[in-house]
Design a binder for this molecule. Structure first.
Ligand code: SF4
Length: 383
């Protein structure tokens, strides 16, 4: 398939691996920010073929995983109300709240619907003027613009029975929080290409300079990721800390001005709690006063939520890159994608789900294939 197959070319991958090996003289630890990058890395076995000591630390860039438990519980509370049609993307339905999930609420009789766009939820609101339609608006700079546009449309069309339960987060403050953590081992970042497609790269030079870390904007296909790693290693080996764009076919320095204008109109920056990590100043968006009437939290005044996190789930440590998923005692035993104890096992971008899906269950014993030999580049890129 065009724009996919050529970015998985095993010959080109081998060349990039050779270049990475040729320039690596010592161990380095870099964080891929996005869960989509984590899945690609694990799926293609990229981490297993890097020079010894070069570690990829999986970052917190999974929107489902970092949505706070309190917000999940608020969603469950709102969805339970008889007048509400609660709309969400499918991956949020199995995220555990304090005692149940949206699937359970739906099976108990609530009107919970999976939609493929926030505009689908707005259409439901137009067609059902006697119902309150709520869309669960979560995620990073990538999903925020369409959610902002939907609220803008609702106001423009005078649709008053629609609201947004908002839990949007921003990447740059998270990078700042990771770098200021006392446990931080990260020496460089592979920034999320799709986030930069929207926001551009102008927020990153100050971070790179202040924390003295290379930040390389990286895509999602195997060659994209290898090129991001290659450029990162070159900077680290030379003692440099610049922002580089290794995903120029999608990212421009200014990003998408139209999307940014929509965000600036509908949202305002706010402090935001990240599940498993805690409060990060100025790391989120909420609806601005001009659109506050569309805020589901205000409309339904959900207060007094007492949250209860799982006592065994270590997803907070996974999200901060402090442990790998298979270091959690519950991984693959009491916690599986069919019976997830934490959001990182539910989400299609969660690190625990990636390790389970691509059989990293056995990784501590062997970085080997079933034939007992280390995988070749060709085997890895064709998986
Ligand atoms: S394997 Fe399950 S219980 Fe362990 S950290 Fe991941 S989601 Fe939580």
């Amino acid at each position: 398939m065009k724009y996919l197959d050529e970015f998985s070319d095993p010959v080109l991958a081998e060349r990039l691996f050779d270049d990475i090996r040729a320039h690596t003289t010592r161990p380095w630890a870099m964080m891929e920010v996005c869960g989509g990058q984590t899945h690609s890395i694990i799926r293609h076995g990229i981490d297993q073929l890097l020079p010894e000591g070069v570690e990829l630390i999986h970052g917190p860039g999974c929107p489902v995983c970092v949505t706070p438990l309190e917000v999940i519980d608020k969603a469950l509370e709102i969805a339970s109300r008889p007048e509400v049609v609660f709309c969400s993307f499918g991956d949020m339905l199995r995220v555990p709240g304090s005692g149940r999930d949206l699937f359970r609420v739906k099976s108990d009789g609530a009107d919970v619907r999976v939609v493929y766009s926030p505009l689908d939820a707005l259409k439901i609101a137009r067609e059902n003027p006697d119902r309150e339609v709520v869309f669960f608006g979560i995620g990073f700079e990538t999903t925020a613009p369409p959610n902002a546009m939907t609220v803008y449309q609702a106001k423009k069309l005078g649709i008053r029975n629609f609201s947004l339960l908002v839990s949007h987060v921003r990447v740059p403050p998270a990078i700042d929080a990771i770098m200021t953590s006392p446990d931080c081992r990260v020496q460089a970042f592979l920034a999320a290409g799709h986030v930069c497609t929207v926001m551009g790269t102008r927020e990153y030079p100050e971070l790179a300079e202040r924390h003295r870390v290379p930040i390389v904007v990286t895509g999602f296909e195997p060659l994209d990721i290898l090129e991001g790693i290659r450029r990162t290693i070159l900077q680290l080996e030379c003692g440099e800390h610049r922002v580089e764009n290794a995903y120029p076919r999608a990212v421009q320095a200014d990003g998408s001005p139209a999307a940014q204008a929509m965000l600036a109109d509908v949202f305002e920056v706010t402090d935001r709690a990240w599940r498993g990590i805690g409060m990060i100043p100025a790391s989120g968006w909420r609806l601005s006063p001009k659109y506050r009437e569309y805020d589901a939290e205000h409309r339904f005044s959900v207060t007094g939520i007492a949250t209860q996190e799982s006592t065994v789930c270590r997803s907070g440590e996974v999200l901060q890159g402090l442990i790998k998923p298979h270091e959690c005692a519950a991984f693959g035993k009491t916690c599986t994608p069919r019976n997830p104890l934490g959001a990182t096992m539910v989400s299609s971008e969660g690190a625990c789900a990636a390790y389970y899906l691509y059989r990293r269950l056995e990784l501590p014993q062997a970085a080997e294939t079933s034939t007992g030999t280390a995988p070749t580049t060709r085997e890895v890129t064709r998986r």
